[in-house]
Design a protein around this ligand. Structure first.
Ligand SMILES: Nc1nc2c(ncn2[C@@H]2O[C@H](COP(=O)(O)OP(=O)(O)OP(=O)(O)O)[C@@H](O)[C@H]2O)c(=O)[nH]1
Ligand SMILES: [Mg+2]
Length: 333
C-alpha cells in the first residue's frame, strides 16, 4: 500500500473545525461503534473482521466498500508481527484516507468556469449555490448565477434572495420558460461582463425521468457550444440524510450526466457521513463541498484529510482508556 500522509496540522483551523462540527453526529456514532468492537476483541480473527464489516455497513459506508476496507485491512495486518490496537486503527484510517483522496478542488482555470448544479428535489441545490456564490465572491471572483429552474413555483425568487445575500448578478427569465434559453443568455452575459464563475441552478429532477435528464444534456451542450474554452463542472447535490439512497442517485445521475463532483448537504443533521467513502470508492466521484448548515457560510470545500481526522478523532482515544501496553492483538495468520 502506498503510504498515506495525513497532514493534521496543515489545514486551516477554521475549516477543520467546521467539518468537525458538521460531522459531529457521524463521528460520534462511528467512534462509538469502532471503539466498542476494538474493546471487545482480544485478537484479530475472522469474527473481528465480520464484526468490523457489519459496523462499517451500519456507518453507511455500504456493503461493497465495507468489504473492500476489510480485505485491505486483512492484507495490511498480515504484514505485521504483532498487531497492537493502535496499529489496527492507524491501518484502518490510512485505508479510508487513501480511498477518498481525489480531485477535491475546483480549479477556476478558465474564464468563466461554469458550474452546473444538478440533483433531485430538495437536495439543497439552490441553497448551496447561494453559499458557493458568496464563497467565490469573497475570494475576489466575479460571479454570476443563472436561474435555469424555471419549473418550480417561486424557485427564481428563492434564488434571487440568495444572490442578493451573496451580492452577485443573476440572469433570469419568466417562470415556465425554456431553461436552455436562460442558460444561453447566461453564457452570453458571462462573456460580456467578464465573469469568472458562472453557476447554473437547475430544477430538481428524478434520475429515472428521461426527458428531464435529456434537458440537462441540452443545457450542457449549450454551454459547450457557447463557451467552448470553458471548463464545465457538473456538481451533483446529494442530501446526506438519505444515506445509501444518495449513492444510488449518484450512480444513476452519473450514467446520463458527466458528474465531476458532489456537494454533500445537510451533514450537520445526520450520522450518515460515511457515504462519502462509498461514493468515492464505488463511483470514483470526489466530494468537492459539504453543506453543514443553512447559513451563507455553511458550505465548506471538502478536505479528505480533515474528514478522516475528524472521523477517527474519538476512536483514537478509546483504547487509550485501557492499559495500552498490555493490550495487543494476536493476528490469526
Ligand atoms: N441543515 C441543513 N439544511 C440544508 C443544507 N443545505 C440545504 N438545506 C435545506 O434544505 C432545504 C432544501 O434546500 P433547497 O436549496 O431549496 O433545495 P433544492 O435542491 O434547490 O430544491 P428544489 O429546487 O426544490 O429541487 C432548505 O430548507 C435548505 O435550508 C445543509 O447543509 N444543512
Ligand atoms: Mg432549487
Amino acid at each position: 500500500m502506498n503510504e498515506v500522509i495525513i497532514i493534521f496540522g496543515g489545514c486551516i483551523m477554521g475549516l477543520f473545525d467546521k467539518i468537525k462540527q458538521g460531522l459531529q453526529k457521524t463521528k460520534e456514532s462511528f467512534a462509538e461503534r469502532i471503539g466498542s468492537i476494538i474493546k471487545s476483541f482480544q485478537k484479530v480473527d475472522e469474527d473481528f473482521f465480520e464484526q468490523l464489516e457489519e459496523t462499517l455497513i451500519l456507518s453507511d459506508i455500504g456493503a461493497a466498500t465495507a468489504s473492500d476496507i476489510c480485505d485491505k485491512l486483512r492484507g495490511e495486518l498480515k504484514k505485521l508481527k504483532e498487531v497492537e490496537v493502535d496499529k489496527v486503527i492507524i491501518c484502518l484510517k490510512n485505508i479510508i484516507a487513501e480511498m477518498i483522496l481525489g480531485e477535491n478542488e475546483i480549479e477556476l482555470s478558465t474564464k468563466p468556469t461554469v458550474i452546473m448544479v444538478i440533483g433531485v428535489n430538495g437536495a439543497g441545490k439552490t441553497t448551496s449555490i447561494g453559499k458557493l456564490a458568496a464563497n467565490y465572491k469573497s475570494g475576489g471572483k466575479k460571479v454570476m448565477v443563472v436561474a435555469a429552474d424555471t419549473f418550480r413555483a417561486a424557485a427564481i425568487e428563492q434564488l434571487s434572495t440568495w444572490t442578493k445575500r451573496a451580492g452577485v448578478d443573476i440572469i433570469k427569465h419568466a417562470e415556465g420558460s425554456d431553461p436552455a434559453a436562460v442558460v444561453f443568455d447566461g453564457c452570453k452575459a458571462a462573456v460580456a461582463r467578464g465573469i469568472d464563475v458562472l453557476i447554473i441552478d437547475t430544477a430538481g429532477r428524478l434520475h429515472n425521468k428521461k426527458h428531464l435528464m435529456d434537458e440537462l444534456k441540452k443545457m450542457a451542450r449549450i454551454v459547450s457550444k457557447e463557451l467552448p474554452e470553458s471548463k464545465l463542472e457538473t456538481l451533483l447535490v446529494l442530501d446526506s440524510t438519505t444515506g445509501q439512497n444518495a449513492v444510488s442517485q449518484a450512480r444513476l445521475f452519473n450514467e446520463t450526466s458527466d458528474v465531476t463532483g458532489i456537494i454533500l448537504t445537510k451533514l450537520d443533521g445526520t450520522a450518515k457521513g460515511g457515504i462519502i467513502i462509498s461514493i468515492k470508492n464505488e463511483l470514483n466521484i470526489p466530494v468537492k463541498f459539504v453543506g453543514v448548515g443553512e447559513k451563507l457560510d455553511d458550505l465548506e470545500p471538502f478536505s479528505a484529510e480533515s474528514f478522516v481526522e475528524a472521523l477517527f478523532e474519538g476512536v483514537n482515544l478509546m483504547p487509550m482508556t485501557e492499559d495500552k501496553n498490555e493490550k495487543s492483538y494476536n493476528s490469526d495468520k
